[in-house]
Design a protein around this ligand. Structure first.
Ligand code: NAP
Length: 489
């Protein structure tokens, strides 16, 4: 049995107590690299979720009446605790999610940064004073917490997606009920345990775990509750659309960070080495299981062959293995469904004429490992150009000119991230303007930071997380009209 951090609890934190599911049922958490059972957590359902909502509602009165500075102190302590235990947290993440330990460490810092950042943003939730419409009045605008909010998070960034929601929500005075993904509840529970240690009051942050069978009833209990005023969701577009439909019934606010289909464009005036570095990060990080992964790599005709050859050389160097082994550059895919999807997309593309240069098969390590893969000749007829691959497959297409590259990049219902490499300053502004995405990376494949707004357009979502904008969605404006201020007689 793998060694887990001593502070990890494998029950759910509800109202400041570590509790099992009412049913007593439990869910095994697996190491995707080995299939070994790491631990088990409660399989909670609707009744457990309603209980967590009640506890959060009770906590909200006290938490929301604290000063922003008080709340900031708690969040800063939480960030410091995550940083102090970064190695343990990263090791846990690698065990349940599979990504290399070095990537887990980066994610833990990224996750902690949201507590640090939003601790301060909470102190700057300024209102407004508006010139009044009549002489005896004053108009004040304040930003207030919503109350109880729900967070639903995916498995690919098991810590950062939790704190990117919890940090702004709590900084603004809300209390949260969080439902982490079936595959990665331990990282969320570890964050909750550290929160308890640093003095997050009971009921302010609650975690309800469950499997994919329970997810719809947990989600419905959150949405149907008149007390829960917002759902912040990160996950697939299909589930996001369903949640939004459900939220319409009582107008629960919703923000959605959904799937992507990022184009990564390399123009012939680019610094090719920099573009190769960028695409390697952007494509093979987390075994390609990121919403902002380079899903379609578009390379200008004149440099196509050279670029493909150099990318193959880099991909061949990636060491595939357990994320805790030294030098591992790529871990397993999350589960058998993930592997089946990648295999289906690769075989559909090859049947329709794509060429595999390297990889293309499950890796010899077995389980859900897949070979780093480079393919060319991708066309719009292939499923791989429309669906998120969520695997280590670089799917390359060549293009003729700037206009056609932009047309190809925007030919998708998604609009999360887009990337391009060029050293022509005119082109940089033209293409950055033309890409129909919420995020554009120019001459970089690394765009995630707590200081910038993260989010998509079209079917990639609604709302932004991180940055000074990321706290607004967790607040409501209140307009106060102060009248009767007649001049003294
Ligand atoms: P998913 O299947 O949509 O699941 C996401 C979360 O929703 C999980 O906690 C899941 O629980 C839960 N869920 C599933 N069905 C639900 C329902 N009917 N009601 C309430 N909750 C429900 O997505 P995933 O496969 O975990 O994550 C991968 C997706 O997330 C990709 O599409 C990726 O692009 C996207 N993503 C987007 C961003 C972004 O910032 N835009 C960031 C990361 C990932 P279970 O795990 O228990 O099923």
């Amino acid at each position: 049995m793998a060694q887990l951090p001593e502070f990890l609890k494998t029950e759910c934190l509800v109202g400041g107590r570590w509790v099992s599911a009412n049913s007593g049922d439990r869910l095994d958490v697996l190491d995707p690299a080995t299939g070994d059972v790491l631990a088990s957590v409660p399989r909670m359902g609707a009744a457990d979720t309603r209980d967590a909502i009640d506890k959060a509602q009770i906590a909200h009165e006290e938490w929301s009446s604290r000063t922003a500075a008080d709340r900031a102190d708690v969040l800063h302590r939480w960030a410091a605790a995550m940083r102090a235990d970064a190695d343990d947290l990263a090791r846990l993440m690698t065990l349940e999610q599979g990504k290399p330990f070095s990537e887990s460490l980066v994610e833990i810092e990224y996750a902690a940064s949201f507590f640090s950042w939003f601790a301060e943003e909470g102190r700057r939730l300024y209102g407004d004073i508006i010139p009044p419409h009549r002489p005896d009045a004053r108009i004040l605008v304040t930003r207030n917490s919503l109350g109880v909010v729900g967070g639903i998070t995916p498995w690919n960034f098991p810590s950062a997606m939790v704190t990117r929601k919890a940090a702004p929500a709590l900084a603004a005075g809300n209390c949260m009920v969080l439902k982490p993904a079936e595959a990665t509840p331990l990282s969320a529970l570890a964050i909750a345990a550290l929160g308890e240690r640093v003095g997050v009051p009971p009921g302010v942050f609650n975690v309800v775990t469950g499997g994919r069978e329970e997810a719809p009833s947990i989600g419905k209990a959150l949405i149907d509750s008149p007390v829960v005023r917002k759902i912040g969701f990160t996950g697939s577009t299909a589930v996001g659309k369903q949640l939004m439909r459900d939220c319409a019934s009582d107008l629960t606010k919703v923000s959605l960070e959904l799937g992507g289909n990022a184009a990564f464009i390399v123009f012939d005036d680019a610094d090719i080495d920099a573009a190769l570095e960028g695409v390697q990060i952007c494509k093979f990080r987390n075994a390609g299981q990121t919403c902002i992964a380079a899903n379609r790599i578009l390379v200008q005709e004149s440099i196509h062959d050279k670029f493909v050859e150099a990318l193959c050389a880099r991909a061949q160097e990636i060491k595939v293995g357990h994320g805790l082994e030294q030098d591992t550059g790529q871990g397993p895919l999350i589960d058998a469904r993930g592997l089946e999807k990648v295999e289906r997309l690769v075989s559909d593309a090859t049947e329709k004429g794509a060429r595999i240069h390297i990889g293309g098969r499950p890796h010899g390590a077995g389980g859900t490992f897949f070979e780093p893969t480079v393919m060319t000749g991708i066309t719009p007829a292939m499923d791989i150009s429309h669906e998120e691959v969520f695997g280590p497959v670089a799917a390359i297409t060549s293009f003729k000119d700037e206009r056609s590259a932009i047309g190809m990049a925007n030919d998708t219902p998604y609009g999360l991230a887009g990337y391009f490499y060029s050293r022509d300053v005119g082109r940089i502004f033209r293409v950055a303007d033309a890409l129909n995405t919420g995020i554009v990376g120019v001459n970089t494949g690394l765009i995630s930071t707590e200081v910038a707004p993260f989010g998509g357009v079209k079917e990639s979502g609604i709302g932004r997380e991180g940055s000074k904008y990321g706290i607004e969605d967790w607040t409501e404006l209140k307009y106060i009209c102060l009248a009767g201020l007649e001049a003294a007689a």
